[in-house]
Design a protein around this ligand. Structure first.
Ligand code: IPE
Ligand code: IPE
Ligand code: MG
Length: 254
């Protein structure tokens, strides 16, 4: 079969919002007889590469899973290594994110984070607030269940009615459309408490590639996979009229 050229910015077959479960750092390190934290360090390099690739391809929103609510249950030295790495990455990466027009958000709970890390997240969000080329959500201390509960609690405290739209608007990712494409590296085929609410109609792409090895070619393979999907949002193929037609305006409830 002849390979199709990849869609470019403005083509509805290019996802507006890509989400990634960055998995496989530990195994990457283990294969090299290195400590797990070395894999996480290499994972930061992969993220830098993928942010650049998203900028180059005109993707508008990238949401990555960096630390889950459940990752606190890992050995203490790995948890503290991840916290340190985040602190370092924040101070080191923010200037170049700013230079490249990347706005960064950290969806997730602040409880449990040290005052220094929490301050670093707030500072990075503030410092990049004027950027518009790419919106990067780094989900840290995030869980899909946590998100739904905090949203429902907030609505209840305000005495608001709970509807699909009020709940959506109270979630940590209310500022972006739902992800079009969700990539999981590392070979596991599960959601592991990532975007539970938001991925109702997201297309999934699973790859055995370990996150530190993920590069432009791996991203392009995921984008090609996505471009060939037909999104129906519950309708029939006849109604949506061909590949990606339904994605143009997103789900319609009419
Ligand atoms: C993903 O890599 C990064 C985090 C969960 C923080 P892992 O650390 O889960 O790597 P594997 O799955 O053990 O290889
Ligand atoms: C998911 O990976 C969380 C992140 C990538 C941050 P895990 O490695 O924690 O997921 P499980 O435990 O294999 O489901
Ligand atoms: Mg893992």
């Amino acid at each position: 079969m002849k390979e199709q050229p990849l869609p470019v910015a403005g083509d509805p077959r290019l996802p507006r919002h890509v989400a990634i479960v960055m998995d496989g750092n530990g195994r990457w390190a283990k294969r090299r007889h290195m400590p797990r934290v070395a894999g996480h360090k290499q994972g930061v390099e992969a993220l830098r590469r993928v942010v650049q690739a998203c900028l180059d391809r005109g993707i508008q929103v990238l949401t990555v899973f960096a630390f889950s609510s459940e990752n606190w249950n890992r050995p203490a030295d790995e948890v503290s290594g991840l916290m340190q790495l985040l602190g370092m990455a924040l101070s080191r990466e923010v200037p170049s994110l700013n230079k490249n027009g990347v706005r960064v958000f950290f969806p997730g709970a602040r409880e449990g984070l040290s005052a220094r890390v929490a301050q670093g997240l707030a500072d990075a969000e503030r410092a990049s607030a004027g950027n518009t080329r790419l919106l990067l959500n780094v989900c840290f201390n995030y869980g899909g269940r946590w998100d739904i509960v905090q949203a429902a609690r907030r609505l209840a405290a305000q005495g608001q009615e709970i509807t699909e739209s009020s709940l959506s608007a109270a979630l940590a990712l209310a500022h972006v459309p739902d992800p079009d494409l969700l990539i999981r590296t590392g070979g596991e085929m599960r959601i592991s408490n990532f975007l539970l609410w938001q991925s109702a109609y997201t297309e999934f792409h699973f790859t055995p590639c370990l996150w530190p090895d993920f590069d432009e070619a791996a991203l392009d393979a995921a984008l090609a996979d996505y471009a060939a999907r037909e999104r129906r949002f519950g309708k029939t193929p006849e109604q949506v009229g061909g590949v990606q037609a339904a994605a143009v305006g997103g789900p319609t409830h009419a």
